[in-house]
Structure formats: structure tokens, C-alpha cells
Design a protein around this ligand. Structure first.
Ligand code: GLU
Length: 467
């Protein structure tokens, strides 16, 4: 059975790269009717935080990346790593190393000045340390006895065959002096215990893979398949970072992106589904394949994400969008949306133009909170020559059927008496009623605002014409 995992370290929020890795591992498992496991790699107690862990879980939840097992926490499994480490020690596949940091630093300096690649020289390997007694007061680390000869070769599902000579690898530390496992060892034990069949992760781990395969061989269990995903760059070709703007999943949520749009965009980062930019996760599940994942880095393009987000918003029902919009609205206006115009009508009117939920909420704000036009606006728009048309319009709307076509007729009637153009009436009227200069079509806007509000706002503002 296919079993994949996502194994974040809780040392920061879930960013685009990590989320894309999680998505590919998740979709691969779903497609193969397998299982997707979540494992939190938190043995580095200095850098792991509960805040990061919660942010990662929240991000996955928001994206809909549900896991069949977990979250497992490495910090709960320390005894297990110790037990496996003991096994390797007993089998003479690992050994205690008492070299101090200072000693190791000296070793590296010497190697560098001799023009050799710095690496651990195996000084505490049993064959080299015979008769040497452990120094007093030094807590040893446990090192893995890496094979000296041969090559480690695997057929990477994304990158193709990769081969690394064992003489390039030194004896890596598998258990720290404080009894915690290092990253490479924890991963191997976990992938073993969790029966992971496919390791799908970022290509920053390619260098770790031959080391992990050697430990797996020493423990004598089946090596999983590996697929390493190329990194994600910013639009300028540099590694994606804070400099490029929002990069964490929760930032996208905050900025008003829909999870569907973010998932769709993540899917496009390094994987192609023909020429389709927009597709559902169901379609991705049907068509995904690691062989089609690009070997070269993907470029993050926020404009494409915005385009997708806008088109998902356009398609979404107002019912789906309303709870998100209301949340944003109440946080900006502090107003109860319940007392204002029907939120569904407001959203239907505005959603075609919004790139994000935040933009949508911003454009909906005047329906719920009227910002009295400033003195400057009044001076600019409340001119005496349009006053008679507006007054006439105001009188007429008391008696009409309140809907947009009837409003259009009244617009026309109000200007024709005074030989005015539509815009001459519409612009000041829009300012009077909404407090802003840009809205969707005025008749539709007024229809949704409702007669009572429109009349009240016009009455309030008409007085200002005479000042
Ligand atoms: N914890 C590692 C990281 O966050 C991932 C390890 C793995 O996927 O093997 O980079």
C-alpha cells in the first residue's frame, strides 16, 4: 500500500514550499488509495515552538490537507530512537565518538589547509580507537559507521537516477550527546515504523538521502521510493523569501485568498496538467504523476495566484463567500451586518470585481457603514447646477417600485427636465449615497442599499448643497 508522509519541522510557519510538498505527498497518496501521514519533527527543542506547530496544523486544515494518521510527534518517540540506536551499536554499525567540538574544529582547519574536503576522520571508529580510553567528562555522541566503499544509487521519481560515492560521506552523528536523535536518524526510524513507501520532499534533502539509505540498509528494511521536488523561486529568480511578499499559508488566508485558489496554484508550481491553469483538486487527483513534476525550479508568480483567486471568487456562491466577508467586515466596520442590506445581494453585486475576500469586504463596507463625504468631496461634487435634478430624483423615488429598472427610468426623467447628462447626476448622487466615488452600476447599488437608506442619505446630504 502506498503510504506517504509530510514531515515538517515546527520552526516556523508553513510556507509555499512546504505546503506544495504536503500537497504533492497528499495527492499522491489519495490517488493511489493509500494513506497520508503527518509527522512533526520536533526533536530540535531549541528551535521548535508550539506556535509554529499550531500554525502548521491550522494551515493544513485550512487548505483541506487532511491526514489519515498522525500527527505523530518525534518528541514522543525518543525511547524508540534510543532503542534502534542501541541495536546499531550492538551490531557494530555505530560507535561512540568522544571528539570535542574544539578537536573537530581543529581537524577541519587542518583538512582545509591541506586542501581536503572537511569531514569526520573516523578517529573513534572501533578499528582506529583500539586501546584508546574515553576521555573523562565528555559525553559522547553516537556515529553511524558509513560504508567506505561503493555507491549509493536510487532512482528518484522526479530527478531520475542519482548516485553518490560512499567515500563522499562521513560517519554522521545519529544520536546527540543529550540522547536525542539527529534529523537523518529520526527520519529513518520513523519512515520505517510508519511504513512509508514513498518519501516526497524538497530537494534540499537530496544530500541526506544517501546517508538515510545507508542507515536503512544497516537496519535491513526495504528502502522507500524517493521523489525530490525542486525549489520554488520568486519572480526575480531568487529563492522565494519574505522579500517577495506573503509566503506563508496563513498570510494568504489573512489576505483574503480562497483555499481552493491557493491549492490550485500550489499544484501548478512544478506540476503541469496540460495547458490548464485552473482545475479542481479532484482533477488533480485523477491526473497527478510525479514523472510530470518539473526537474527545474518553479517560479512563484503572485499575479497568477491573484488571477486564480479572482476567478474562484467569481464562481463561488454568495453563500460560501458570505461568512468570510462578514468576518472581515465586522472586523473593519465593527458594525452588525445583520442590520444592513442583504449580504448575499451585496456579494452578488460585487464579487465579479474582487481579487481577494479583503477587496470584496472593502468594497462592501459602505453598504453597512456610511462614511459621510468629506468637506472636500462636498465642495467638488455638490454643485448647485445639479441640485434641481437630485431634488427631483429624491421626490420621485418615494413612489416607485424599488428595483433597478425603475431607478433607471427615474434617473432619465430627473436629468431630462434640466438638460443634464447621466454622469452629471450619477457622480454626485453616488457620493451622497455611498460616500465613495467607485461602485458597481448605480441603479443596482441603490437597489441593494434599499429605499430607506438611500432616501435618508440623500436627505442628509441635500442640506449641504445650500451651505
Ligand atoms: N523535517 C524536514 C523539514 O522540514 C523534512 C524531512 C523529510 O521530509 O524527510 O525540512
Amino acid at each position: 500500500m502506498v503510504r506517504t508522509r509530510f514531515a515538517p519541522s515546527p520552526t516556523g510557519h508553513l510556507h509555499v514550499g512546504g505546503a506544495r510538498t504536503a500537497l504533492f505527498a497528499w495527492v499522491f497518496a489519495k490517488q493511489k488509495k493509500g494513506k497520508f501521514v503527518l509527522r512533526v519533527e520536533d526533536t530540535d527543542s531549541l528551535r521548535s515552538t508550539a506556535e509554529s506547530r499550531n500554525a502548521i496544523l491550522k494551515s493544513m486544515d485550512w487548505l483541506g490537507l487532511d491526514y489519515d494518521e498522525g500527527p505523530y510527534f518525534q518528541s514522543d518517540r525518543l525511547e524508540r530512537y534510543q532503542k534502534v540506536a542501541e541495536q546499531l551499536l550492538l551490531e557494530n554499525q555505530a560507535y561512540w565518538c568522544y571528539a570535542t567540538n574544539q578537536e573537530l574544529a581543529e581537524m577541519r582547519t587542518k583538512q582545509k589547509s591541506a586542501g581536503i574536503k572537511p569531514r569526520y576522520d573516523g578517529r573513534w571508529r572501533p578499528e582506529n580507537a583500539a586501546g584508546k580510553s574515553p576521555p573523562f567528562g565528555i559525553k559522547p555522541v553516537l556515529r553511524f559507521k558509513n560504508p567506505d566503499e561503493g555507491f549509493v544509487t536510487w532512482n528518484d521519481l522526479v530527478k531520475g537516477q542519482i548516485s553518490v560515492a560512499n567515500r563522499e560521506l562521513d560517519d554522521l552523528i545519529i544520536m546527540r550527546a543529550d540522547g536525542t536523535p539527529t534529523y537523518n536518524f529520526g527520519v529513518v526510524v520513523d519512515d520505517w515504523d510508519m511504513k512509508i513507501s514513498h518519501v516526497i520532499r524538497g530537494d534540499d534533502h537530496v544530500n541526506n538521502t544517501p546517508r538515510q539509505i545507508n542507515i536503512i540498509n544497516a537496519l535491513d528494511f526495504a528502502t522507500p521510493e524517493y521523489g525530490h521536488l525542486s525549489m520554488i523561486l520568486g519572480s526575480d529568480g531568487e529563492r522565494l523569501s519574505k522579500r517577495h511578499g506573503a509566503t506563508s499559508v496563513l498570510e494568504f488566508k489573512e489576505a483574503g485568498y480562497l483555499p481552493e485558489a491557493v491549492m490550485n496554484y500550489l499544484a501548478r508550481l512544478g506540476w503541469g496538467f496540460g495547458d490548464f491553469e485552473k482545475f479542481t483538486i479532484k482533477e488533480m487527483k485523477q491526473n497527478f504523476s510525479l514523472e510530470k513534476v518539473s526537474k527545474s525550479p518553479a517560479k512563484f508568480d503572485v499575479e497568477k495566484l491573484n488571477w486564480l483567486n479572482q476567478s474562484y471568487i467569481k464562481e463561488a456562491s454568495s453563500k460560501y463567500l458570505s461568512s468570510m466577508v462578514v468576518k472581515k467586515l465586522t472586523s473593519t466596520t465593527g458594525d452588525s451586518v445583520k442590520d444592513g442590506p442583504d449580504i448575499h445581494k451585496v456579494i452578488s453585486l460585487l464579487k465579479d470585481r474582487a481579487k481577494t475576500i479583503n477587496e470584496l469586504a472593502l468594497s462592501a463596507a459602505f453598504f453597512y457603514e456610511y462614511l459621510t463625504p468629506s468637506e472636500e468631496m462636498a465642495k467638488q461634487y455638490y454643485t448647485n447646477d445639479i441640485y434641481p435634478s437630485i431634488k427631483l430624483f429624491r421626490e420621485k423615488i418615494d413612489h416607485i417600485n424599488w428595483e433597478k429598472d425603475a431607478l433607471n427610468i427615474v434617473f432619465k426623467e430627473s436629468i431630462s427636465h434640466h438638460q443634464k447628462k447621466f454622469a452629471e447626476l450619477a457622480i454626485p448622487l453616488r457620493v451622497m449615497v455611498t460616500g465613495v466615488t467607485k461602485t458597481p452600476a448605480l441603479n443596482s447599488t441603490l437597489e441593494v442599499l434599499g429605499r430607506e437608506r438611500v432616501c435618508q442619505r440623500i436627505d442628509e446630504q441635500l442640506i449641504r448643497f445650500r451651505e
